[in-house]
Each structure stands twice: as structure tokens, then as C-alpha cells.
Ligand binder design. Sequence first.
Ligand code: ADP
Length: 301
Amino acid sequence: MKIAILSRNSKLYSTRRLKEAALKRGHEVQIIDVLRAYMNITSHNNTIHYKGEPLVDFDAVIPRIGASVTFYGAAVLRQFEMMGVYPLNESVAITRSRDKLRSLQLLSRKGIGLPVTGFANKPDDIKDMIKMVGGAPLVVKLLEGTQGIGVVLAETQKAAESVIEGFMGVKADILVQEYIEEAKGADIRCFVIDGKVVAAMQRKAAPGEFRSNLHRGGTSSLIRITPEERSTAVRAARIMGLNVAGVDLLRSNHGPLVMEVNSSPGLEGIEAVSGKDIAGLMIDFIEKNAKAGKTKTKGQG
Ligand code: ADP
């Protein structure tokens, strides 16, 4: 097969591993920097050009689109879909999961466990909003934050009020969330492929920190997840419409709570911790599913 990997940096661990796994299985691979691809939208013959040449005869495309290039990256992926190229994750599913509020709303509709979450634009009563999510301590998150940046734990009512006011003052979009204290600074990353959790790891925050992000000094280790955690992760990925997803869970007193569903989960940590060839499993999935016209939405959703 001829496989395109949409990635801005061919040196990234995940990109390198996917390329290696595809080559090992005898496929042809081209890494495409989405921002450099340009497109021609016509009624009959949509094309994508890259470095002066048309991209033709691809069977499948693996999107590894960073959060900062979601909009244009999704457009390039959609163009591949229009051309009948099979996407590992579809553009609609990616844009759906990138919108944190939309994701939480879709997950809640299907009864998935979530931390109680409030969001607002210009709340006229911040105190009432805090009450709505159960009061302090609570977590205030910047909607556009990644790697734990802009995630603040407000331990008291007063702290919560001033943090919310502060973020609003700089016109940042935020969400306000129940703090799951019993998770003890740990979360669980479940790597889902094709409706199965193929590997899971626990990430634990550094001492004195509640955010378990590896970028914030967190450490990761192998963990056995419960059947309930397994089914929650699988359902969350399915609701988002993602064939491949990294589902982040918090262990609460009332079962697993989904924090986020990631459409381009990194491979480095999970392959190191699990010792599994996750990149190979992703290519296996493509081999099983990539047939002309198999894409379900063709970017229409
Ligand atoms: P990012 O997307 O920037 O990584 P997250 O929402 O995943 O932000 O939050 C970063 C970390 O903070 C999580 O990995 C988790 O350890 C911790 N955390 C986030 N929300 C909560 C919460 N509601 N209760 C307890 N811990 C939380």
C-alpha cells in the first residue's frame, strides 16, 4: 500500500515509528508536512499538491495533526477523504475531539463518567458557577492549554473566584472542573485501537504537584486496568468516532472519569512502558480496513 503520514516533523518519535512499522510491512510511505500541502477544490477532481507535485495513488493516510494546526490539518485530511483515501482517524472525529466542550457534551449524553464541569463565557455570577460544580477545591483549565499548562488547582472558594476572574480578565476561555482528589495526582492513559485497549499506563505527578503530565515531571508505569475502565475507554473512543485514541481517565470513588480523548496519542511513552509495537498495530488496522471508498463520512459531518 501507499501510505501518507501527515506530520510536521519527520524526526518525532511517533512519526518515525509509524514510518518504520509501515516500511517493515512492505508499504510505501511519504511524510507530508500539512502546512506545506495545498489543494484544489473542484466538482470532479480534487487534488493535493506538495512540493510542486500532485499527491496521487495513496491508499491510506495517517493524520498526526498537532493541536496548533487542527484547522488547516483537518482540511488537508478532508481533501484526502474526498479523494477516497482511507484515513486512520477521520477529519470529523478529529475536530470533534479537539473541542473539549463538545467532547464532554457528547460523552455526557451517552452516560460516560466525567468530572463535573462548568463552562461559561461571561458569567454574571461566578459564585453561583462555582456552586454549580460543587465548590472548592476545583480545577480551572484554559480551553486552549496543552501539556498541563493553564491547569490550576484552586483549593479555596476565594482562590477559585480570583483565578476565574483573572482568566476572564485576559479573555481566556476556561472550564471549571470538580477536583478528583482521590486520584492522588495520577491518571491513566488507555491506548485504544479498533475498539480495544491495546495498552494502558499510569502517569503519576511529581511530589507536590497534582498534574501528572510527563512535561510537568510526571512518571509513567504499567498498570492493570479494571473491566469498567476498559469499557469506558472503548466507549469514549467510539463516541468520538476515533479508530485510534488515547483516552485519559481519572480513578474516582465512583468509577472511571474521562478527562480527555486524544486523537493523535503519542507512541513514545506507551511503547516504552508496555513494550508493545503500537505503531505496528496501527498499520495492521490500516491493512485490515483500507479499501477504496471505506471512509464513512467523506468529511461531510
Ligand atoms: P492537558 O490537556 O493540558 O494535559 P489536563 O486536563 O489533561 O490538561 O490536565 C493535566 C493534568 O492535571 C491531568 O493529567 C491530571 O493529572 C490533572 N487533572 C486535570 N483535571 C483534573 C481533575 N478534575 N481532578 C484531578 N486532577 C486533574
